[in-house]
Design a protein around this ligand. Sequence first.
Ligand code: ACO
Length: 319
Amino acid sequence: MSGLKLIGTGGALPAREVTNGELTRRVDTSDEWIVSRTGIRSRRWCSPGESHTALCLTAARQAMERAGVGPEEVGACLVATFTGDRMTPGTSVALQGLLGLPEDTVCFDLNAACAGFLYAVHTASRLLPVNGRRYGLVLGAEVLTRVTDLDDRSTCVLFGDGAGAAVVEWGEDFPDLCAVMGCRARPETLCVPGVGTGEASVIRMDGQAVFRFAVEALPRCVTQVLDRAGLRPEEVDRFVFHQANQRIIDLAVRKLRLPPERCAGNIARTGNTSAASVPLLLNELAERGKLRPGQRALCVGFGAGLTWAGALLELGIRS
Ligand code: ACO
């Protein structure tokens, strides 16, 4: 058996906080509507001059410093995103230069929407033994404001920008991720048309259809990961769920009878940051001393595609 440990985290949020109150001056909405339907109270939006690459660089440096891992030790750098600064080359490639990663580091961006970070963690677990260096840098990052119609009240209240980073260590005797992943082609449910297609490159979403999918997919992923790991819910220290909507999380927590204190989230302050959501929450929990060495975190992401992914991360947080 071989697997990964999470040994360092980092995060970066744009400086500008956008409260529900500010949005009520932009679109026809209310704080009461947003909080009761989503749990979101504020989110961070990038200002001109803040870039996807800069957010990723800050988060990556922080994670590497906390893990005590230097650039020469990194074998793979993967960035889960669909809102990078360039269509190509990817932000991961920019990070190779900015961080001084060796040229044989496997660097690429990966798009699996809100499940992307966990797809990337799983991919890193397969690439690191091939590369030969045991440390991987895995990020989830989005500047969703670039693909959101900021005058559309049904979507602009939901999304935020940010980047989360994780340094993972591969080991022959480390526990398996027990990862589950999948997709179902339903672009009509949630999609962002590509540039040059003749359609605006903004998020189009059937909110209720996504909601129905999410309340089925989230508990299913948790159950499948637990089954693969042979664990009961009470043997998991933290549940780290994609922060799409507090109601989705609450329904899953109730359905699975999970202890709510192990399912803490941050959606109230970040909104839905898609691929950045899980690593940003991991970083916040680590900073609050809630991820201790030897503990296990069960993470789940779900979103456009439709895509979903779940994995069990063994924690070896170094600071
Ligand atoms: N403020 C006030 N009213 C609003 C707003 C708003 N911001 N947005 C929509 N409404 C109105 C609608 O127009 C509608 O009015 P009507 O009844 O007069 O037609 C009414 O509120 C109800 O709209 P619904 O869409 O039915 O509201 P719902 O309770 O389903 O909540 C929501 C909408 C929050 C979007 C919910 O469906 C949801 O969270 N879905 C999941 C979304 C999600 O997680 N998406 C991201 C996946 S991540 C990714 O891959 C990028």
